[in-house]
Design a protein around this ligand. Structure first.
Ligand code: NAP
Length: 251
């Protein structure tokens, strides 16, 4: 029997990349899965490729009405909600002096406001049932990364949110943790390669050299950590950020 048999997991930004890899793992381990993403058609397509019960729902995590409607819909369609993975994300990199207010607001809005709104929407269900697991996606960029003032601030903000919600929600049987990936091969990092005018494989090879295990991460590496933190095996772990980065931040 899978670790998530009888559970419903909602994963934001799960139409592709780390989110889809995580949705696959939850589905393989028995969860019913709600794939949330900006584009409902992409979300439905991703849901249709999962092995177990799944729904795809279009939602913008930075918009309260959209998030509230999506959560109510998935609860109605899948019969409840037990796990939330705040994964939706974007980058709009630039050096501070060239960064627009719009790009600051957009990135902070998706990562931080998005995690806040989605967590607020599910917490009512989690508190009522005295059970819930929340895993937030941070990043090694939280520790500082040239050209990512907006993203870095948001990702360190996610760690503060995780610690605070760990304190507030722990008494209600809710665990809140974060995973901070290093470089993972997805469309997000492919887009960075394109912006830097580098070949994708060359960019991955260069990044693989920057950690002790000498490879880049795959979505499955992050999914494994997320699923551990969302499982009952991790019920004594809360408020923590687990770096899954091949040792890149070891110094
Ligand atoms: P990705 O391939 O770009 O996928 C992100 C997904 O989120 C896309 O499907 C995107 O939809 C969706 N999304 C964007 N804005 C959204 C919104 N407002 N509401 C709902 N969905 C939205 O990214 P990834 O590499 O898998 O990254 C997943 C998470 O891991 C992000 O939080 C990212 O910051 C974090 N992370 C990634 C890496 C890495 O190396 N890849 C490293 C550290 C942390 P659209 O395609 O429609 O925009």
């Amino acid at each position: 029997m899978g670790r998530f048999e009888g559970r419903v997991a909602v994963i934001t930004g799960a139409a592709r990349g780390i989110g889809f890899g995580t949705a696959q793992r939850f589905s393989e381990e028995g969860a019913a899965v709600a794939v949330l993403d900006l584009d409902e058609a992409a979300a439905k397509d991703a849901a249709s490729r999962l092995p177990g019960q799944a729904v795809g729902i279009g939602a913008d995590v930075a918009d309260k009405a959209s998030v509230d409607a999506a959560v109510e819909r998935l609860v109605a369609e899948l019969g409840g909600v037990h796990v939330l993975v705040n994964n939706a994300g974007i980058t709009r990199d630039n050096l501070l002096f060239k960064m627009s207010e719009a790009d600051w607001d957009l990135v902070v809005g998706v990562h931080l406001r998005g995690a806040f709104l989605t967590t607020q929407a599910v917490q009512r269900h989690f508190v009522e049932q005295r059970y819930g697991k929340i895993v937030n996606l941070s990043s090694v960029s939280a520790l500082g990364n040239r050209g990512q003032a907006n993203y870095s601030a948001a990702k360190m903000g996610v760690q503060g949110l995780t610690r605070t919600l760990g304190i507030e929600l722990g008494p209600f049987g809710i665990n809140v943790n974060a995973v901070a990936p290093g470089f993972v091969a997805t469309e997000m990092t492919d887009a960075t390669a394109a912006r830097l005018k580098l070949d994708v494989d060359e960019f991955r090879r260069l990044n693989a050299e920057h950690n002790p295990v000498k490879r880049v991460g795959e979505p499955a590496d992050i999914a494994a950590a997320v699923c551990f933190l969302a499982s009952d095996e991790a019920s004594y772990v809360t408020g923590q950020t687990l770096y899954v980065d091949g040792g890149a931040t070891l110094g």
